[in-house]
Design a protein around this ligand. Structure first.
Ligand code: DAH
Length: 340
Protein backbone atom coordinates (compact mmCIF):
# COMPACT_ATOMS: atom_id res chain seq x y z
CA UNK A 1 0.00 0.00 0.00
CA UNK A 2 2.83 2.41 0.81
CA UNK A 3 4.23 1.73 -2.70
CA UNK A 4 0.90 2.55 -4.30
CA UNK A 5 0.77 5.81 -2.32
CA UNK A 6 4.31 6.66 -3.44
CA UNK A 7 3.51 5.90 -7.11
CA UNK A 8 0.46 8.12 -7.00
CA UNK A 9 2.42 10.91 -5.28
CA UNK A 10 4.93 10.78 -8.11
CA UNK A 11 2.16 10.89 -10.71
CA UNK A 12 0.62 13.96 -9.06
CA UNK A 13 4.05 15.66 -8.86
CA UNK A 14 4.83 15.09 -12.52
CA UNK A 15 1.44 16.07 -13.90
CA UNK A 16 1.79 19.09 -16.24
CA UNK A 17 -1.33 19.76 -18.31
CA UNK A 18 -1.76 22.31 -21.11
CA UNK A 19 -5.53 22.66 -20.98
CA UNK A 20 -8.42 22.75 -18.52
CA UNK A 21 -9.81 19.58 -20.05
CA UNK A 22 -6.66 17.66 -19.17
CA UNK A 23 -6.90 18.83 -15.55
CA UNK A 24 -10.51 17.73 -15.32
CA UNK A 25 -9.63 14.28 -16.77
CA UNK A 26 -6.84 13.96 -14.26
CA UNK A 27 -9.11 14.94 -11.37
CA UNK A 28 -11.66 12.29 -12.34
CA UNK A 29 -8.94 9.65 -12.75
CA UNK A 30 -7.51 10.30 -9.29
CA UNK A 31 -10.29 11.72 -7.11
CA UNK A 32 -13.42 10.63 -8.98
CA UNK A 33 -15.77 7.88 -7.71
CA UNK A 34 -13.77 5.28 -9.57
CA UNK A 35 -10.50 7.14 -9.19
CA UNK A 36 -7.19 5.67 -8.09
CA UNK A 37 -7.08 7.56 -4.78
CA UNK A 38 -10.70 6.70 -4.03
CA UNK A 39 -9.79 3.06 -4.52
CA UNK A 40 -6.84 3.43 -2.15
CA UNK A 41 -9.13 4.85 0.52
CA UNK A 42 -11.44 1.83 0.08
CA UNK A 43 -8.45 -0.42 0.60
CA UNK A 44 -7.38 1.66 3.61
CA UNK A 45 -10.69 0.93 5.32
CA UNK A 46 -9.87 -2.82 5.32
CA UNK A 47 -6.53 -2.39 7.16
CA UNK A 48 -5.91 -3.28 10.78
CA UNK A 49 -5.77 -0.52 13.42
CA UNK A 50 -1.98 -0.77 13.58
CA UNK A 51 -1.58 -0.44 9.78
CA UNK A 52 -4.09 2.44 9.65
CA UNK A 53 -1.95 4.30 12.16
CA UNK A 54 1.10 3.72 10.01
CA UNK A 55 -0.39 4.79 6.63
CA UNK A 56 -3.12 7.30 7.63
CA UNK A 57 -0.83 10.27 7.56
CA UNK A 58 0.71 9.61 4.13
CA UNK A 59 -2.61 8.83 2.42
CA UNK A 60 -4.08 12.09 3.75
CA UNK A 61 -1.03 13.98 2.62
CA UNK A 62 -1.44 12.47 -0.84
CA UNK A 63 -5.06 13.58 -0.98
CA UNK A 64 -4.18 17.18 0.02
CA UNK A 65 -1.33 17.34 -2.48
CA UNK A 66 -3.59 16.13 -5.30
CA UNK A 67 -6.34 18.65 -4.42
CA UNK A 68 -3.89 21.55 -4.10
CA UNK A 69 -2.14 20.72 -7.34
CA UNK A 70 -5.41 20.60 -9.27
CA UNK A 71 -6.58 23.93 -7.84
CA UNK A 72 -3.25 25.62 -8.51
CA UNK A 73 -3.13 24.39 -12.09
CA UNK A 74 -6.69 25.59 -12.72
CA UNK A 75 -5.85 29.04 -11.36
CA UNK A 76 -2.72 29.31 -13.48
CA UNK A 77 -4.51 28.47 -16.70
CA UNK A 78 -7.32 30.89 -15.84
CA UNK A 79 -4.90 33.79 -15.36
CA UNK A 80 -3.03 32.86 -18.48
CA UNK A 81 -6.12 33.35 -20.60
CA UNK A 82 -6.74 36.82 -19.04
CA UNK A 83 -3.23 37.96 -19.94
CA UNK A 84 -3.83 36.76 -23.45
CA UNK A 85 -0.86 34.42 -23.00
CA UNK A 86 -2.97 31.53 -24.08
CA UNK A 87 -4.30 32.65 -27.40
CA UNK A 88 -3.07 35.92 -28.90
CA UNK A 89 -5.06 37.50 -31.69
CA UNK A 90 -2.28 38.97 -33.78
CA UNK A 91 -4.73 40.82 -36.04
CA UNK A 92 -6.18 42.93 -33.18
CA UNK A 93 -5.36 46.67 -33.51
CA UNK A 94 -2.86 47.86 -30.89
CA UNK A 95 -3.97 50.23 -28.14
CA UNK A 96 -3.13 53.74 -29.25
CA UNK A 97 -0.54 55.58 -27.18
CA UNK A 98 -1.24 59.29 -26.72
CA UNK A 99 1.39 61.54 -28.27
CA UNK A 100 1.83 65.04 -26.84
CA UNK A 101 1.66 68.20 -28.92
CA UNK A 102 3.77 71.32 -28.80
CA UNK A 103 2.40 73.99 -26.49
CA UNK A 104 0.68 76.88 -28.36
CA UNK A 105 3.05 79.37 -26.69
CA UNK A 106 6.05 77.44 -28.04
CA UNK A 107 4.43 77.28 -31.47
CA UNK A 108 3.77 81.04 -31.57
CA UNK A 109 7.21 81.83 -30.13
CA UNK A 110 8.82 79.67 -32.84
CA UNK A 111 6.73 81.43 -35.46
CA UNK A 112 7.84 84.88 -34.25
CA UNK A 113 11.51 83.80 -34.17
CA UNK A 114 11.07 82.23 -37.63
CA UNK A 115 9.69 85.43 -39.17
CA UNK A 116 12.63 87.50 -37.89
CA UNK A 117 15.15 84.84 -38.86
CA UNK A 118 14.04 85.36 -42.47
CA UNK A 119 15.17 88.99 -42.06
CA UNK A 120 18.57 87.86 -40.81
CA UNK A 121 17.94 88.05 -37.05
CA UNK A 122 19.71 85.42 -34.95
CA UNK A 123 18.45 84.21 -31.56
CA UNK A 124 19.90 84.83 -28.10
CA UNK A 125 18.78 83.72 -24.67
CA UNK A 126 19.73 84.83 -21.17
CA UNK A 127 19.26 83.98 -17.49
CA UNK A 128 15.83 84.24 -15.83
CA UNK A 129 17.46 85.13 -12.51
CA UNK A 130 19.21 88.43 -13.23
CA UNK A 131 20.82 91.35 -11.47
CA UNK A 132 19.51 94.91 -11.22
CA UNK A 133 22.07 96.22 -13.68
CA UNK A 134 21.00 94.04 -16.65
CA UNK A 135 17.26 94.45 -16.00
CA UNK A 136 17.11 98.13 -14.99
CA UNK A 137 20.29 100.22 -14.64
CA UNK A 138 21.88 99.50 -18.02
CA UNK A 139 18.48 100.14 -19.61
CA UNK A 140 18.36 103.69 -18.26
CA UNK A 141 15.78 103.10 -15.52
CA UNK A 142 16.15 105.87 -12.87
CA UNK A 143 16.80 104.62 -9.29
CA UNK A 144 13.29 105.54 -8.14
CA UNK A 145 11.44 103.89 -11.08
CA UNK A 146 8.32 101.97 -9.90
CA UNK A 147 9.48 98.76 -11.64
CA UNK A 148 12.12 98.57 -8.91
CA UNK A 149 9.32 98.33 -6.35
CA UNK A 150 8.59 94.99 -4.65
CA UNK A 151 4.98 95.45 -5.73
CA UNK A 152 6.03 94.95 -9.34
CA UNK A 153 9.12 92.76 -9.25
CA UNK A 154 10.16 89.54 -7.49
CA UNK A 155 13.42 90.17 -5.65
CA UNK A 156 15.56 87.50 -4.01
CA UNK A 157 15.06 88.06 -0.28
CA UNK A 158 18.66 87.59 0.79
CA UNK A 159 20.08 89.83 -1.95
CA UNK A 160 17.82 92.55 -3.37
CA UNK A 161 20.30 93.11 -6.19
CA UNK A 162 19.18 89.76 -7.63
CA UNK A 163 15.71 89.42 -9.12
CA UNK A 164 13.56 87.49 -11.59
CA UNK A 165 13.77 89.39 -14.87
CA UNK A 166 10.66 91.42 -15.61
CA UNK A 167 11.36 91.65 -19.33
CA UNK A 168 13.63 90.06 -21.95
CA UNK A 169 15.21 93.49 -22.62
CA UNK A 170 17.89 92.29 -20.17
CA UNK A 171 19.09 89.92 -22.92
CA UNK A 172 19.72 92.79 -25.35
CA UNK A 173 22.05 94.27 -22.72
CA UNK A 174 24.02 91.01 -22.57
CA UNK A 175 24.16 90.77 -26.36
CA UNK A 176 25.46 94.35 -26.71
CA UNK A 177 28.09 93.71 -24.03
CA UNK A 178 29.32 90.58 -25.73
CA UNK A 179 29.27 91.44 -29.43
CA UNK A 180 29.99 94.31 -31.85
CA UNK A 181 27.62 95.84 -34.42
CA UNK A 182 26.09 95.02 -36.75
CA UNK A 183 23.77 93.26 -34.29
CA UNK A 184 20.48 91.75 -35.40
CA UNK A 185 18.98 89.51 -32.74
CA UNK A 186 15.69 88.31 -31.24
CA UNK A 187 15.59 87.20 -27.61
CA UNK A 188 12.74 84.92 -26.56
CA UNK A 189 12.22 84.00 -22.92
CA UNK A 190 10.12 83.71 -19.80
CA UNK A 191 9.58 86.77 -17.61
CA UNK A 192 8.15 87.32 -14.13
CA UNK A 193 6.06 90.09 -12.57
CA UNK A 194 4.43 90.45 -9.20
CA UNK A 195 0.89 90.55 -10.59
CA UNK A 196 -2.41 89.07 -9.46
CA UNK A 197 -3.46 86.29 -11.84
CA UNK A 198 -6.52 87.10 -13.94
CA UNK A 199 -7.88 86.50 -17.44
CA UNK A 200 -5.53 89.19 -18.78
CA UNK A 201 -2.47 89.06 -16.47
CA UNK A 202 -0.17 86.40 -15.06
CA UNK A 203 2.92 86.47 -12.87
CA UNK A 204 4.79 84.34 -15.44
CA UNK A 205 4.61 84.96 -19.17
CA UNK A 206 6.78 85.03 -22.29
CA UNK A 207 8.28 87.81 -24.37
CA UNK A 208 10.31 88.18 -27.52
CA UNK A 209 12.69 91.12 -27.59
CA UNK A 210 14.26 92.40 -30.82
CA UNK A 211 17.40 94.47 -31.33
CA UNK A 212 19.05 95.90 -34.43
CA UNK A 213 22.22 97.99 -34.13
CA UNK A 214 24.32 99.27 -37.03
CA UNK A 215 25.47 102.52 -38.61
CA UNK A 216 22.60 104.73 -39.76
CA UNK A 217 19.70 102.62 -38.53
CA UNK A 218 16.60 104.80 -38.64
CA UNK A 219 13.00 104.84 -37.46
CA UNK A 220 11.99 103.96 -41.04
CA UNK A 221 13.86 100.65 -40.72
CA UNK A 222 11.99 99.98 -37.49
CA UNK A 223 8.61 100.72 -39.03
CA UNK A 224 9.22 98.58 -42.10
CA UNK A 225 10.51 95.66 -40.01
CA UNK A 226 7.45 95.74 -37.76
CA UNK A 227 5.09 96.01 -40.75
CA UNK A 228 6.72 92.94 -42.32
CA UNK A 229 6.33 91.05 -39.06
CA UNK A 230 2.67 92.06 -38.66
CA UNK A 231 1.76 90.93 -42.18
CA UNK A 232 3.58 87.61 -41.77
CA UNK A 233 1.96 86.97 -38.40
CA UNK A 234 -1.60 88.21 -38.94
CA UNK A 235 -2.02 88.17 -42.74
CA UNK A 236 -1.08 90.22 -45.80
CA UNK A 237 -4.00 92.66 -45.37
CA UNK A 238 -2.82 93.71 -41.88
CA UNK A 239 -2.01 97.38 -41.29
CA UNK A 240 -0.03 98.88 -38.41
CA UNK A 241 -0.07 102.20 -36.61
CA UNK A 242 2.40 103.64 -34.13
CA UNK A 243 1.46 105.76 -31.14
CA UNK A 244 4.04 107.85 -29.25
CA UNK A 245 4.92 106.29 -25.90
CA UNK A 246 7.65 106.23 -23.27
CA UNK A 247 10.21 103.58 -22.27
CA UNK A 248 13.42 104.47 -20.38
CA UNK A 249 15.56 102.52 -22.87
CA UNK A 250 14.26 103.99 -26.16
CA UNK A 251 13.96 107.52 -27.52
CA UNK A 252 11.69 108.13 -29.31
CA UNK A 253 9.40 105.30 -28.15
CA UNK A 254 6.20 103.99 -29.64
CA UNK A 255 3.46 101.48 -29.09
CA UNK A 256 2.43 99.41 -32.10
CA UNK A 257 -1.15 98.46 -32.96
CA UNK A 258 -2.25 96.08 -35.73
CA UNK A 259 -5.58 96.34 -37.49
CA UNK A 260 -8.06 93.97 -35.83
CA UNK A 261 -8.01 90.73 -37.81
CA UNK A 262 -11.42 89.68 -36.45
CA UNK A 263 -13.51 92.61 -37.72
CA UNK A 264 -11.09 93.80 -40.41
CA UNK A 265 -10.77 97.18 -38.69
CA UNK A 266 -14.49 97.96 -38.51
CA UNK A 267 -14.65 97.63 -34.73
CA UNK A 268 -15.78 94.65 -32.61
CA UNK A 269 -15.77 93.59 -28.96
CA UNK A 270 -12.20 92.22 -29.15
CA UNK A 271 -10.75 95.54 -30.34
CA UNK A 272 -13.32 97.37 -28.19
CA UNK A 273 -14.73 99.14 -31.20
CA UNK A 274 -11.45 100.82 -32.14
CA UNK A 275 -10.41 98.51 -35.02
CA UNK A 276 -6.90 98.30 -33.53
CA UNK A 277 -5.07 95.87 -31.23
CA UNK A 278 -1.90 96.72 -29.32
CA UNK A 279 0.89 94.19 -29.94
CA UNK A 280 4.23 95.62 -28.79
CA UNK A 281 6.43 98.45 -27.59
CA UNK A 282 9.38 99.72 -29.60
CA UNK A 283 11.69 102.63 -30.25
CA UNK A 284 15.18 103.83 -31.12
CA UNK A 285 17.72 102.56 -28.58
CA UNK A 286 18.56 105.41 -26.17
CA UNK A 287 22.23 106.53 -26.59
CA UNK A 288 22.62 106.08 -22.80
CA UNK A 289 21.88 102.36 -23.22
CA UNK A 290 24.39 101.99 -26.07
CA UNK A 291 27.09 103.71 -23.99
CA UNK A 292 26.28 101.64 -20.87
CA UNK A 293 26.84 98.51 -22.96
CA UNK A 294 30.12 99.74 -24.50
CA UNK A 295 28.80 100.74 -27.94
CA UNK A 296 29.79 104.12 -29.46
CA UNK A 297 26.50 106.03 -29.73
CA UNK A 298 28.03 108.57 -32.15
CA UNK A 299 28.85 105.89 -34.66
CA UNK A 300 25.96 103.50 -34.14
CA UNK A 301 22.23 103.72 -33.75
CA UNK A 302 19.58 101.04 -33.49
CA UNK A 303 16.02 100.06 -32.77
CA UNK A 304 14.48 97.67 -30.28
CA UNK A 305 11.06 96.17 -29.77
CA UNK A 306 9.43 93.85 -27.28
CA UNK A 307 6.22 91.82 -27.39
CA UNK A 308 4.30 89.37 -25.21
CA UNK A 309 3.97 85.91 -26.76
CA UNK A 310 0.72 85.14 -24.91
CA UNK A 311 -0.77 88.41 -26.18
CA UNK A 312 0.17 87.64 -29.80
CA UNK A 313 -1.22 84.10 -29.42
CA UNK A 314 -4.47 85.41 -27.89
CA UNK A 315 -4.99 87.92 -30.69
CA UNK A 316 -4.14 85.44 -33.39
CA UNK A 317 -6.47 82.72 -32.10
CA UNK A 318 -9.15 84.76 -30.33
CA UNK A 319 -8.33 83.25 -26.92
CA UNK A 320 -10.04 85.38 -24.28
CA UNK A 321 -8.52 84.00 -21.06
CA UNK A 322 -4.75 84.02 -20.57
CA UNK A 323 -4.95 81.40 -17.81
CA UNK A 324 -5.83 78.72 -20.38
CA UNK A 325 -2.19 78.71 -21.49
CA UNK A 326 -1.05 77.68 -18.01
CA UNK A 327 -3.73 75.20 -16.98
CA UNK A 328 -2.53 72.51 -19.38
CA UNK A 329 -5.98 71.19 -20.21
CA UNK A 330 -5.24 68.79 -23.03
CA UNK A 331 -8.54 69.67 -24.78
CA UNK A 332 -7.39 73.28 -25.14
CA UNK A 333 -3.75 72.55 -26.03
CA UNK A 334 -4.54 69.91 -28.65
CA UNK A 335 -6.47 72.34 -30.86
CA UNK A 336 -3.29 74.06 -32.00
CA UNK A 337 -1.53 71.04 -33.46
CA UNK A 338 -3.87 71.07 -36.46
CA UNK A 339 -3.09 74.71 -37.24
CA UNK A 340 0.65 74.16 -37.57
N1 DAH B 1 10.51 95.72 -22.16
C1 DAH B 1 9.20 96.25 -22.46
C2 DAH B 1 8.19 95.61 -21.55
O1 DAH B 1 8.46 94.60 -20.95
C3 DAH B 1 8.86 95.98 -23.90
C4 DAH B 1 9.67 96.79 -24.83
C5 DAH B 1 9.22 98.05 -25.20
C6 DAH B 1 10.87 96.35 -25.29
C7 DAH B 1 9.95 98.83 -26.04
C8 DAH B 1 11.62 97.13 -26.16
C9 DAH B 1 11.13 98.38 -26.54
O2 DAH B 1 12.79 96.75 -26.64
O3 DAH B 1 11.86 99.13 -27.36
O4 DAH B 1 7.10 96.11 -21.45
Amino acid sequence: MQNKINDLLKKVGEFSPATMAEIEDFRIKILGKKGELTALFEEFKTLSGEQKKELGKSINELKNKALNKINELKEMLDKGSDDACGEIDMSRPATESAIGTRHPISLVKNEIVGIFSRLGFTTAEGPEVEDDWHVFSALNFPPEHPARDMQDTFFIERNPDILLRTHTSSIQVRVMQNSRPPIRVVCPGRVFRNEAISYRAHCIFHQVEGLYIDEKVSFTDLKQTILYFAKEMFGEETAIRMRPSYFPFTEPSAEVDVSCNLCGGKGCNVCKGTGWLEIMGCGMVDPNVLEACGIDSKKYSGFAFGMGVERIAMLKYGVKDLRLYFENDIRFLKQFEAIY
